[in-house]
Ligand binder design. Structure first.
Ligand code: ATP
Ligand code: MG
Length: 299
């Protein structure tokens, strides 16, 4: 039985691709920490939310065992963990509480540059190196292909050159690492991004309330990240043309500028505003056009 806890514990990657963005995300929710000397545990000062800094592979297990309540982890790690539970006859314990939209990558099969790809049946009898053996085996079973899965904990992309495998199944974002190793992606097993992972069951001992507060702030912070304030000036004579060319967003605010036959226009946009849009506004007669990030907002 889990011991009683009245503080929320969040597991994040100690170092690696998700470490910084995870801390930034939590900091944008107003969290501050007093770091312990070994920096494996950070005590939350502003809210009862503590951090555990671990290897990303350990995050699902820590949540499933009730050691941590939430975690920031790639979907690929979560899926691999869940397939492990299923294989052991255990029910899936974790779900995605939020999708974060960064840490985006795919789990791909990649073959030698100069090899032709005809389909999954081409993998029959071959050795495939991966750090995600269960996800790969699940996919192979689904395709009815019998191949040999070689599990490696890292540096999967050099396995073919080392003679450890013929093919790889690895995480790909830009494809640069594959290309540098004379490999090309041919099949996608999984589309991944960073997620907030948590248990299926609701949290207990008042931790649910803390988690609700944290997630509400996080939703606000995630929405704000894309939000921009567009400001510009325009003569009253061209105002109609300018207003017609504003990007989608809320209701524009039009304010008179003292002592001039001009107005100032403000608009909250929920996406980045691309350059061509600004140039179009300029051509319509607007000037002093600015796009500003939004730090905080209470609607
Ligand atoms: P740890 O020491 O914590 O086990 P790691 O080497 O397993 O670190 P990283 O390479 O830091 O992990 O990657 C963490 C996560 O980042 C991946 O599980 C994946 O979800 C995501 N990611 C995004 N793009 C890529 C990419 N191009 N290659 C690898 N991972 C990526
Ligand atoms: Mg790892």
């Amino acid at each position: 039985p889990a011991t009683t806890r009245d503080r929320l514990r969040v597991a994040i990657q100690k170092s690696g691709r998700l470490a910084e963005p995870a801390r930034d995300l939590l900091a944008s929710c107003g969290l501050t920490w007093r770091e312990s000397r070994d920096k494996l545990f950070c005590y939350g000062e502003s809210l009862p939310v503590d951090l555990l800094l671990v290897r990303d592979d350990d995050i699902p297990g820590l949540i499933a065992d009730g050691v941590c309540d939430l975690g920031v982890v790639g979907r690929n790690v979560l899926v691999e963990h869940d397939l492990g539970r299923t294989a052991n006859g255990q029910a899936a314990a974790l779900k995605e509480w939020r999708q974060l939209g960064w840490g985006v990558c795919r789990l791909d099969i990649a073959i030698n540059d100069d090899e032709q790809w005809t389909g999954p049946e081409q993998l029959a009898g071959r050795r495939i190196a991966t750090s995600f053996p269960r996800t790969l085996e699940d996919w192979l079973t689904d395709k009815g292909v019998d191949a040999q899965v070689v599990t490696l904990s890292g540096s999967v992309e050099i396995a073919p050159r080392l003679g450890q495998a013929d093919v790889v199944c690895d995480l790909v974002s830009t494809g640069g690492t594959l290309a540098a190793n004379a490999l090309k992606p041919v099949e996608t097993l999984l589309h991944s991004e960073a997620v907030i992972a948590g248990p299926f069951a609701p949290l207990e001992d008042g931790r649910e309330e803390i988690a609700d507060l944290l997630l509400r702030r996080m939703d606000g912070a995630l929405r704000l990240k894309e939000t921009r304030l567009l400001m510009l000036r325009a003569g009253r004579d061209v105002l109609t043309e300018v207003l017609q060319r504003l990007p989608a967003g809320g209701e524009p605010t039009v304010l008179p500028v003292d002592g001039r036959d001009e107005v100032s226009v403000q608009l909250l946009c929920h996406n980045a505003v691309p350059w061509p849009r600004l140039e179009e506004l300029k051509r319509a007669g607007a000037h002093t056009i600015m796009v500003l990030p939004v730090e905080g907002m209470l609607a």
